[in-house]
Design a binder for this molecule. Structure first.
Ligand code: NDP
Length: 442
């Protein structure tokens, strides 16, 4: 049955390898659940799960600083609303096409289910590249993007957030346009500024959540984070706050990267420098070595996985760890990998980790802290109040512990103890499947 569904997906969505990869992993994991539940098979739950409820494609015209008209493409895939309003980020990156948005939207369904909060799955974005654009150009693009997207979203319908290339600046411009068109102040986007409805901890949430999840993995291994050597790829939102939490806990982070290359600093990365370069000055990671001459810069980002470490955190982008990189990590004595980015390990790399008994935290569980805190932002917006940093952080920590517990229990129940890939897929799927079944064929 699973083979037939995957063949259908490939036929219906040709030339979308990232989407096929995400579906294949989930279908493989949930096959025993489908075997156990004839009612899911009869109601074609899996067939319905892999087909988005709605796909929106639109033109985004805007004018650059030279007065030239530019045209980009906008996407929003509302994948599944069985357990709550659609929820998922927006990605602005030149590599964006419908296959990337579908893979991310599909992953989001099960990830959101794991958070324990009522959120369906969606994702969106554009092939717009914010790199090298002025603030005014980014603003005009975001306004044009929202001038179309506003028709399809709403605080009880679909609540977008940030992702690669979409941070607080972009969320601000999009929120301003939504408010102007709709004439209403609602929690339609998350990741908002703290002065206008944002939640404390949202900025840190994915990175911090990843480390809370990692701590649960380490507990099972009987290892301590203090003194561990860590490599964290990327130097964006997820990587920066994962590194911040690691350093607070006494771990030593020796390498970070961007899409051009990576830095190695055996004294431990100076995060303040990275934050200033990337968050404030919007410069490249290679500029780090100008201020820290003992550190080394290497052009090209894949080599980062050859840097010796105890713990590897792929926090940049999809398929950044391939089989070769995974083998290198194993050879170097790495004992835990937790995914901050979405689908950063190829299927072959995951096989290497599982075969070598490396503790492996898959993205949809390990990086769910971002969307979980977005859920907490929605909750605060509905109540029109805001929680303290400590309270929100505590809730995030509890949610991450719960996600780990759910994935671990499901893996155990289905005879694959310790396999959090299978566990996270099954635990997320069961919640969505039960809800779809209860709501009939819609
Ligand atoms: P950012 O845009 O803040 O940062 C992305 C980082 O990854 C940048 O350092 C970027 O480098 C680097 N990067 C991008 N593409 C590549 C590439 N092809 N090779 C190597 N490095 C690359 O994004 P986020 O930190 O928000 O997102 C990172 C990952 O985490 C994504 O997979 C995203 O889907 C996932 N994620 C994010 C969440 C969030 O809350 N932000 C929540 C859950 C998952 P450069 O500066 O050169 O572009």
């Amino acid at each position: 049955m699973v083979k037939r569904i995957l063949a259908d997906v490939k036929k219906r969505n040709p030339n979308e390898p990232e989407f096929h990869q995400a579906v294949e992993e989930v279908l493989e994991s949930i096959a025993p659940v489908l075997d156990k539940h004839p009612e899911y098979r009869e109601a074609k739950i899996a067939d319905r799960l892999v087909e988005p409820e709605r796909q929106i494609l639109f033109r985004v015209p805007w004018v650059d600083d030279k007065g030239q008209v530019q045209v980009n493409r906008g996407f929003r895939i509302q994948f599944n609303s069985a357990i709550g309003p659609y929820k998922g980020g927006l990605r602005f990156h030149p590599s964006v096409y419908i296959g990337i948005i579908k893979f991310l939207g599909f992953e989001q369904i099960l990830k959101n289910a794991l958070t324990t909060l009522p959120m369906g799955g969606s994702k969106g974005g554009s092939d717009f590249d914010p790199k090298g654009k002025s603030d005014n150009e980014v603003m005009r693009f975001c306004q044009s993007f929202m001038a179309e997207l506003y028709r399809y979203i709403g605080p009880d319908t679909d609540v977008p957030a940030g992702d690669i290339g979409v941070g607080s600046r972009e969320i601000g411009y999009m929120y301003g346009m939504y408010k102007k068109i709709r004439n209403e102040f609602t929690g339609v986007l998350t990741g908002k500024g703290l002065d206008w409805g944002g939640s404390l901890v949202r900025t840190e949430a994915t990175g911090y959540g990843l480390i809370y999840f990692l701590l649960e993995m380490l507990k099972d291994l009987g290892k301590n984070i203090k003194g561990a050597t860590v490599v964290s790829s990327g130097s964006g939102n997820v990587s920066i706050y994962a590194v911040q939490k690691l350093q607070q806990l006494g771990a030593k982070v020796v390498a970070m990267s961007d899409s051009n290359g990576y830095i190695v600093d055996h004294n431990g990365i100076d995060l303040k420098t990275v934050q200033r370069l990337k968050e404030v000055e919007r410069k490249r990671i290679k500029d780090y070595v100008k201020e820290h001459p003992k550190a080394e810069y290497v052009e090209g980002c894949n080599g980062i996985w050859s840097v010796k470490c105890d713990i590897a955190l792929p926090n940049a982008t999809q398929n950044e760890i391939d089989e070769k990189a995974a083998k290198k990590l194993v050879e170097n004595g790495c004992y835990a990998v937790a995914e901050g980015a979405n689908m950063p390990s190829t299927p072959e790399a995951i096989k290497v980790f599982l075969k070598n008994k490396i503790a492996f935290g898959p993205a949809k569980a390990a990086n769910a802290g971002g969307v979980a805190t977005s859920g907490l932002e929605m909750c605060q917006n509905s109540m029109r109040l805001s929680w303290s940093f400590e309270e929100t952080n505590k809730r995030l920590e509890k949610i991450m512990q719960s996600i780990h517990a759910q994935a671990k229990a499901a893996a155990q129940e289905y005879g694959q103890p310790g396999n959090l890939v299978v566990g996270a897929n099954i635990a997320g799927f069961e919640k969505v499947a039960r809800s779809m079944l209860a709501q009939g064929i819609v």
